[in-house]
Write a protein that binds this ligand. Structure first.
Ligand SMILES: Nc1ncnc2c1ncn2[C@@H]1O[C@H](COP(=O)(O)OP(=O)(O)OP(=O)(O)O)[C@@H](O)[C@H]1O
Ligand SMILES: [Mg+2]
Length: 715
């Protein structure tokens, strides 16, 4: 009797916890929607006002500043953007943000990964006369940025644990007395919170009128509610207190409303101008791929995909669930002829950095990583991100997959999903705040075969829907999907779990499937016989019942692991009483056989002979110049421009890639273009040059087609 009461109490407590988790998640969602609502309301008011100007001369609230009007620094900004950075036009919001920063306002920038946040403080840094201080959380990010800026001849430096005594002296002199050339100084947050010497030098710099701007990159690290909280970021508010008149620009890729409020408060920039850009990444093609239960088949498919779609060493990431899995998959990919290496938190920092650097310099095609391979990734030309198993939430998946295509060019994000992977993930996250709720969100994303993948992100981040343009599997393919009624099977599962509960036992998903199969055989009442029932379908059904709260997961710790069990959820009676139908979406034209390497979604095109040669040239220049990354020499967008326009003189070249890059690498580029044009004209066919033909020859193991990304208008 006592045991029964205790048992029920436990059940009620677990359910209460579940309800609390859901309330919390719903409140967060409500917050995001409220923010969207207030934004839409003010937009509507502004639109109405512009159509019906108010008749009475009542004191109107100050009109929002128009940051896209012309400013006196426009032509200098244009010159620096194009001639120094080699960037031909601004992306959405960049110009407005730069104008707000230049007008001396504090600014908060929320812009998706790869949106181009760096330019929003680097360009003002060069327009201003003094020094810009940039706070960034990771050494590797700082090193990449400083290296890229130095390659453009911009006086940038960093003050970190790796800075030499000599450099430190130079930086302190520049801060102290304004000697030497220094425009952009990167530091880690620890410098602000822990180095009194640095802060006093900065004080002197400000006193001498030489501190012009403070930029705080990855600003979500300030907030405990953010996904990457860094304690030292909490102290950055000191910057505004100490340098009251210096504008602060805080930048991040994702911040919920709560995180935004929190970081504005902490940085003391509550009156800042806020720029929130869309979470949409139109160049990313999202796809969920059915994952085989046989590990070898999954690696075979991934390897075929990489070799078939990206045979020119285009960079990619494969995310795995565990460290062990990472090492195994990296080895399996190597065995299949792909240059891959692993990256996880158990490795020494130096070996991790080595792998990262080889990959950044495109000497390694694929990094197989755990979630530890995260924030420091600055590589713009990652063409594919594959998830070997599902992420723990929509937010994590958005961030991890978002490391693809930061250069804006078409890239692919493929998630391998198998319902059988869910318990593995749930037993890791169930103790986290809203852990299961967040996991079930991404499980719904994976199980759905109809709903646009992009719309799931808009919904999650509380943003109005936008057109997907066929850039996800559910929008791109006209596959036949049938809704099949599984109410009978669901009722059998529920009654089985009832029986299991009665004898005080529990079942894992695998055990439940086995029991289910023999029960069906025994009953003989299903439309399908036991042998017809595919394991994948029943697992899909069990997971669907879990996310619909008809069943639920329970967890038990053992000495070595946490086991996940399936039990009855709050709504089980509805199914048993026949009050609720259970349907599953099933592909009828054999989704499993659909090979991802045949996808048209990412709009890949053949790489031209010239682009291939330019790629070789930039790698060569990068090797000659030590630190410079190939993408800092020429971006893929530049190579595409050069291929389309084929300049023959330095003057023509300068109009395409700007002055600085032309001065540095122009003669080599013109030479390569000249060689290619000659070869093509002797062949007589621009599109089928010897170079191209040579490139289309099967490479190593007979894989043939050479494809790389293209801009939207090229197919
Ligand atoms: N207007 C532009 N046109 C073309 N390329 C651009 C433009 N602005 C930035 N880029 C390029 O886009 C890439 C990503 O830019 P950046 O590193 O600033 O992104 P980010 O917003 O800081 O992303 P993350 O959140 O991942 O750090 C870089 O290669 C950069 O040179
Ligand atoms: Mg950035």
């Amino acid at each position: 009797m006592e045991g029964d009461v205790e048992g029920e109490l436990l059940l009620v407590e677990t359910e209460l916890q579940d309800v609390q988790d859901q309330i919390k998640a719903l409140l967060e969602h409500q917050e995001r929607l409220q923010e969207r609502q207030s934004h839409l309301r003010s937009l509507l008011d502004a639109l109405k006002d512009s159509q019906n100007p108010a008749p009475a001369p009542a004191p109107a609230p100050a009109a929002p500043e128009d940051w896209s009007r012309s400013f006196h620094w426009d032509s200098r900004a244009h010159d620096i953007r194009f001639n120094l950075f080699g960037i031909s036009s601004y992306r959405a919001n960049q110009r407005e943000i730069i104008n707000a920063v230049m007008s001396g306002r504090d600014v908060l920038v929320i812009m998706a990964a790869g949106g181009g946040k760096s330019l929003c403080y680097q360009l003002p840094a060069l327009l201003h006369h003094g020094i810009t201080l940039v706070v960034s959380p990771l050494l590797s990010l700082i090193q990449d940025q400083v290296m890229g800026l130095k390659a453009l001849g911009i006086p940038a430096n960093m003050l970190t644990s790796t800075t030499s005594k000599e450099d430190e002296k130079f930086i302190y002199k520049a801060l102290d007395k304004g000697e030497g050339a220094l425009k952009i100084l990167y530091v880690t947050p620890e410098k602000i919170s822990k180095s009194k010497r640095f802060m006093s030098k900065l004080e002197k710099c400000n006193h001498g009128g030489r501190l012009s701007l403070v930029a705080i990159d990855e600003a979500h690290c300030c907030s405990q509610w953010g996904h990457d909280f860094r304690p030292d970021y909490k102290n950055l508010g000191i910057l505004k207190i100490q340098f009251l008149n210096i504008p602060v620009v805080a930048l991040t890729a994702t911040a919920t409303y709560k995180v935004q409020m929190d970081l504005m408060e902490m940085l003391h920039i509550t009156k800042c101008v806020k720029f929130v850009s869309t979470v949409n990444r139109p160049n990313l093609f999202y796809k969920v791929h059915d994952k085989s239960s046989v590990g070898k088949n999954v690696v075979d498919e991934i390897a075929d995909f990489i070799k078939g779609s990206y045979p020119n060493n285009e960079s990619g990431i494969v995310y795995c669930f565990s460290r062990k899995e990472c090492e195994q998959i990296a080895k399996d990919l190597c065995d299949r002829g792909i240059s891959a290496d692993f990256y996880h938190a158990d490795m020494e920092i130096t070996s991790r950095e080595k792998v990262h650097l080889r990959w950044s310099k495109s000497k390694l095609q694929v990094i197989v990583g755990t979630v530890a391979f995260g924030m420091g990734i600055n590589k713009p030309d990652v063409r594919f991100v594959i998830h070997h198993s599902l992420s723990k939430s929509m937010e994590t998946y958005y961030q991890e997959s978002g490391r693809a295509g930061r250069d804006g060019l078409p890239s692919e994000c493929v998630l391998y999903y198998r319902p059988g992977d869910v318990p593995r993930q749930s037993s890791m996250v169930f103790y986290e705040n809203c852990g299961l709720h967040n996991l079930y969100d991404i499980v719904r994303y994976c199980q759905s075969k109809r709903i646009c993948r992009r719309s799931a992100f808009f919904h999650h981040f509380g943003e109005a829907a936008q057109d997907c343009n066929g850039m996800c599997d559910n929008c791109a393919y006209e596959s036949e999907i049938k809704e099949i009624d599984y109410s009978y099977e669901a009722a059998v599962l529920v009654s089985l779990l009832q029986q299991i509960r009665e004898i005080d036992q529990r079942a894992t998903m695998l055990q439940l499937f086995d029991k289910f199969k023999s029960k069906i055989r025994e009953l003989g009442g299903s439309k399908k016989t036991a042998s017809d029932l595919k394991r994948e379908e029943i697992e899909q059904l069990i997971i669907q019942l879990i996310v619909d709260r008809i069943l639920k997961e329970e967890f038990q710790h053992t000495a070595y692991s946490t086991n996940a069990y399936v039990t009855l959820g709050p709504l089980w009676k509805q199914v048993l009483d026949g009050k609720r139908k259970v349907k599953l979406e099933i592909h009828t034209n054999c989704q499993v056989g659909r090979n991802i390497s045949t996808d048209k979604g990412a709009k890949r095109k053949r790489i031209s002979g010239l682009e291939k040669k330019l790629d070789e040239l930039r790698t060569e220049i990068s090797a000659q110049h030590g630190g410079v990354f190939p993408h800092s020499v020429l971006s893929l967008q530049h190579m595409s421009f050069l291929n389309a326009h084929r300049p023959t003189s330095l003057d023509e070249l300068e109009k395409l890639i700007g002055k600085v890059k032309t001065e540095k690498y122009g003669s080599q580029i013109i030479q390569v273009i000249g060689q290619c044009v000659n070869l093509e004209s002797s062949d007589g066919d621009h599109h089928e040059s010897d170079l191209n033909k040579e490139l289309k020859q099967p490479k190593k193991k007979g894989k043939a087609v050479v494809v790389v990304e293209s801009s939207d208008d090229e197919q």
